[in-house]
Write a protein that binds this ligand. Structure first.
Ligand code: FES
Ligand code: FES
Length: 926
């Protein structure tokens, strides 16, 4: 990117420059960031802000044709210059227009938060070089981070920008299985998608939250009235005493324990103790050090061991031993089976905090409308937000309206409240709109993380290679509040066996409170951590048995008729063996090649090939999990799809429509979406646990089938009739006869439609008994990854060369979107395996907390297996969380294959790998 040094400084007063070919002159202070000028002064919100520090590249624009980070450019530096933002790309050149089409075609935009920056950076490249190679593309987009896609589809979209043919929409009845371009894609590539920070209601006030700077501290607030009076522009200071309802919320009501503002003692660094509400400029000028609060730091519990220590003070008085909750699944007699096993292996494994690092920090606004409060913000769970905001404000749920914006990545963390209580409370009290955008640091210090885990395992097998027993214990650092700790502690014991038949099994877990920012949901709810331990241990078992690791897994893979560790016999759709078998030819070739290269190598590089399996239950664990979808046939022949499943980039807007369209027999072009607004869409539950394709998709299928039946009935036709939609009418064709229904002549129902159909689907599950036996999930997704890597034994660095990912998705509703989930999952799994670890209190930015960039991601080959579930819509299962689980253990197993060392603590950073090499060789460290 261009440096800003060469830019011409502006004179004071107005700053004149050109944006997207239009001359503008703004009375901006010269030091104002260009990103703010574009977004706030010129309304060009296509340019995103992910960090305000030059780390993420989301704000990339062209300055005289060169890509720059607009957050690092002062407005005064662009006087007389030409700026191009994503909104102006298509008019800049045909090439840029084609690039946007290519992004759509290849599924290169998921959440879309990075997309404007990516498109701008890639345009700069294509204008210099219209047919770049892969390395050139990676180099040019390397400064723009993406947390969703794993970059591979972006790279391909850039390389093939000139080769994309016009998209053809599938015919009626052929949407399922089609590589349909995402229906909400255009707004993501032209910069018009509205994210949490993109709308500023006229007259909106801002919020600045005062957060605890210590891991634990008592605090005393000073004279707040005097503070407000002495700071012009400050309208209100909120503290715990201003919460009119119940100052206690949480994503699982039974465990709710989090206040909006701490009362006297803050339990973690970053916890809110007060909020200053006022004019945005006044808040910006505010020095937080002036806020009247006196801190008294207290000894803090930071680790699991400290939390469990006998003398440890309780973080929550009602939770003995700081244990939030325990999880347990037991079957057979594990002690006896281990004693009788021919081979036993054991190991301890540890994982750290992982930051979600979505590109869009939390943002939104609230406004009071009469006796209701409206909150428009990024969220994965509008109805859960509604329940908690109602509780906090002391309102009925119907008096709260949640309007989700586009979500710039969530991965679980946007299931929890962030800005919502602050803006809702302030807007409710003041009767004025109030807006808040988290800074990157605020996002990192105050929002949930992946749970660190400490795991101890023993596994046994018989001489013939059959797994006989697994004893698994895990403690999770769940932080100061419950968040999704109960879900992690409950889900992991069900999954810690991996997708294998384990007849004797004991998995015990604890979620332990500490004085750290709460750990919550992060793609997999603890299962990725468990898989890191269990899949490495199974490799050790195979090795001790003298078996090939892949063949060991195939031998022990679950089948349709074998019971899981909860005693569930799925009876169908257990595609794990097929996943492993799909890897077999590549596995053999890659292992032989790696071993030959290593035998011949004189240098420091060693090749390794590793494999890992995965299973993951779709939806809530043994809990009700319904989605309700409503569809309405309009007089003009279009179909309104009210589906409340928030699309956080994974593609539910498109997938659910494809399912519904084929259930009706209607073309997708006749649909229009009404998404996620609690006042106009029924509850589709939260977007998490890989449930939207399965649960909401099924509800859409059911609602679509009802609508089809009603249309056929209206025409007096049998089930085999074919529907033909046109403007204002539907024709039903049956045995060559055509019966037309004039929709314009039909009366409208209470919803304003000719026909309204609604359906609810709640997966058939049962509660688990005291040993965790029962049916926790109706459907599981299965998968296996093979990682090919290269280790530099002198430096300890690990380079991933390729990942081959086989996933049983039941039915691939949209292969492009599924591949996108797989590639994105691989990228997050790679980050977890090799580079990502958050240390509370340190590196609270994207400069120090590193996530994979384009250059870190290897080619990913996706193999889609379709072993259908009769419960899922058209046989489909989930893929969102599934995709991330096997990558890290496959990489870690590959490291072991390459250099013969086990990495017991992830991420496998160069220092840890090098230390393991030295420990194995017996050489002194250092
Ligand atoms: S917002 Fe400018 S680089 Fe992140
Ligand atoms: S699509 Fe790149 S960050 Fe979401």
């Amino acid at each position: 990117m261009a440096t800003t040094e060469s830019l011409r400084p502006a004179s004071t007063g107005t700053i004149a420059f050109s944006v997207n070919g239009r001359a503008v002159a703004i009375p901006a202070p010269g030091a104002r960031r260009l990103s703010r000028v574009l977004r706030e002064d010129l309304g060009l919100t296509g340019t995103k802000v992910g960090c305000d520090a030059g780390d993420c590249g989301a704000c990339t624009v062209l300055l005289n044709g060169e890509p720059v980070c607009a957050c690092l450019v002062a407005a005064g530096q662009v006087a007389g210059c030409e700026i191009t933002t994503v909104e102006g790309l298509a008019t800049r050149s045909l090439l840029a227009d084609r690039l946007q089409q290519s992004f759509l075609h290849h599924g290169a935009a998921q959440c879309g938060a990075c997309t404007p920056g990516m498109l701008v950076a890639a345009t700069a490249l294509l204008e210099k070089n219209s047919s770049p190679n892969e390395a050139e593309v990676m180099d040019f987009i390397g400064g723009v981070l993406c947390r969703c896609t794993g970059y591979r589809k972006i790279i391909r979209a850039v390389m093939e920008a000139g080769q994309v043919a016009a998209e053809v929409s599938p015919q009626a009845g052929q949407a399922v299985g089609a590589r349909l371009v995402r229906l909400d894609g255009s707004k993501k590539v032209n910069g018009t998608e509205v994210f949490g920070a993109d709308e500023i209601p006229p007259g909106a006030l801002g919020v600045r939250v005062i957060r605890c700077p210590h891991h634990r501290a008592r605090f005393q607030l000073g004279d707040l009235e005097q503070f407000a009076a002495s700071h012009p522009g400050v309208e209100l200071v909120l503290t715990a005493k201003d919460v009119p309802g119940t100052d206690c919320y949480g994503v699982i009501p039974r465990f709710a324990d989090q206040p909006v503002f701490a009362h006297h003692e803050a339990r973690y660094r970053g916890e809110a103790v007060a909020a200053v509400v006022g004019e945005p400029d006044a808040l910006e000028a505010l020095d937080p050090a002036e806020f009247p609060v006196r801190w008294e730091p207290l000894p803090a519990i930071q680790t699991i061991a400290e939390g469990l220590a006998e003398q440890a003070p309780r973080i929550h008085s009602q939770r003995e031993g700081n244990v939030l909750v325990r999880g347990r699944v037991v079957c057979g007699d594990v002690d006896r089976a281990l004693a009788d096993a021919d081979v036993v292996v054991e190991g301890d494994y540890e994982t750290g905090f992982v930051e979600h690092a979505y590109i869009e920090p939390e943002a939104g606004f609230a406004r009071r409308v009469g006796d209701t409060i409206e909150v428009q913000a990024c969220t994965q769970s509008p109805y859960m937000d509604r329940a908690d905001i109602a509780k906090i404000l002391g309102l009925a749920p119907e008096e709260v309206r949640i309007i989700p914006t586009a979500v710039g990545g969530g991965f679980g963390s946007k299931l929890d409240l962030s800005v919502q209580p602050f803006v809702a409370l302030a807007a409710w009290k003041l009767g004025r709109p109030v807006r808040m955008v988290y800074s990157r640091t605020e996002s990192i210090v105050s929002t949930t993380k992946r749970h660190p885990a400490q795991m101890r395992l023993r596994a046994g097998a018989s001489r013939d290679g059959k797994l006989t027993a697994l004893d698994f214990r895990a403690d999770f650092n769940t932080g100061a509040y419950s968040s999704w700790g109960p879900t992690v502690a409950g889900r992991v014991p069900v999954h810690a066996s991996g997708p294998y038949r384990v007849p004797n099994y004991r998995a015990l877990t604890r979620a332990v409170h500490t004085n750290i920012v709460p750990a919550g949901a992060f793609r997999g709810f603890g299962v990725p951590q468990a898989a890191i331990a269990q899949e490495q241990l199974y490799d050790d078992l195979a090795s001790k048995l003298g078996m090939d690791p892949l063949e060991f897994r195939i031998l022990n893979a679950l089948e349709d008729d074998t019971p899981t560790v909860t005693g569930q016999v799925l009876g169908e759709g257990v595609g794990i063996r097929a996943c492993f078998e799909a890897l077999r030819p590549k596995w053999r070739a890659a292992r032989i090649s790696a071993e030959r290269l290593n035998a011949e190598s004189n240098g420091p590089l060693r090749r390794g090939v590793g494999v890992a399996g995965m299973w993951y239950g779709c939806g809530n664990t043994s809990l009700p999990n319904p989605s309700t979808v409503r569809i309405g046939l309009k007089r003009d022949g279009r179909i309104a799809l009210h589906q409340g499943a928030v699309d956080i980039g994974q593609g539910s807007n498109t997938i659910v429509t494809q399912i519904c369209a084929d259930a009706i027999g209607a073309p997708v072009t006749h649909f229009y979406l009404i998404s996620g607004d609690t006042s106009i869409t029924p509850d589709c539950g939260k977007t998490s646990a890989s449930r939207q394709t399965f649960v909401t998709g099924k509800a859409a299928h059911m609602a679509g089938s009802k609508l089809r039946a009603e249309i056929l009935q209206l025409a007096g036709s049998c089930k085999c009739g074919t529907l033909e939609f046109s403007d204002g009418s539907i024709a039903v064709v049956e045995n060559g006869n055509r019966k037309a229904i004039d929709l314009r002549a039909l009366p409208l129902d209470a919803h304003g439609y000719v026909i309204t159909c609604e359906a609810t689907f709640d997966p058939p599950i049962t509660p688990l008994d005291e040993n965790g036996q029962g049916t926790p999930y109706a459907v599981y997704g299965f998968g296996a990854h093979m990682a090919e890597i290269e280790v530099d034994i002198e430096l300890g660095t690990v380079h991933v060369l390729k990942v081959t990912a086989a996933h049983d998705v039941g039915r691939a509703i949209n292969p492009t979107l599924i591949e996108g989930q797989i590639e994105g999952g691989v990228a997050q799994g790679l980050g977890m395996a090799l580079m990502e670890e958050f240390f509370p209190g340190k590196g609270e930015n994207l400069h120090d907390y590193l996530i994979p960039s384009a250059g870190d991601i290897p080619p990913v080959e996706s193999i889609l297996i379709e072993d259908p579930s009769s419960i899922g819509p058209f046989g489909a299962k989930g893929i969102g969380e599934q995709a991330v689980i096997p990558t890290a253990p496959a990489i870690l197993n590959a490291i072991h294959h390459a250099i013969g060392v086990r990495i017991h603590k992830v991420p496998a950073t160069p220092d840890r790998v090098r230390a393991a090499i030295l420990a194995k060789s017996g050489a002194p460290r250092g």
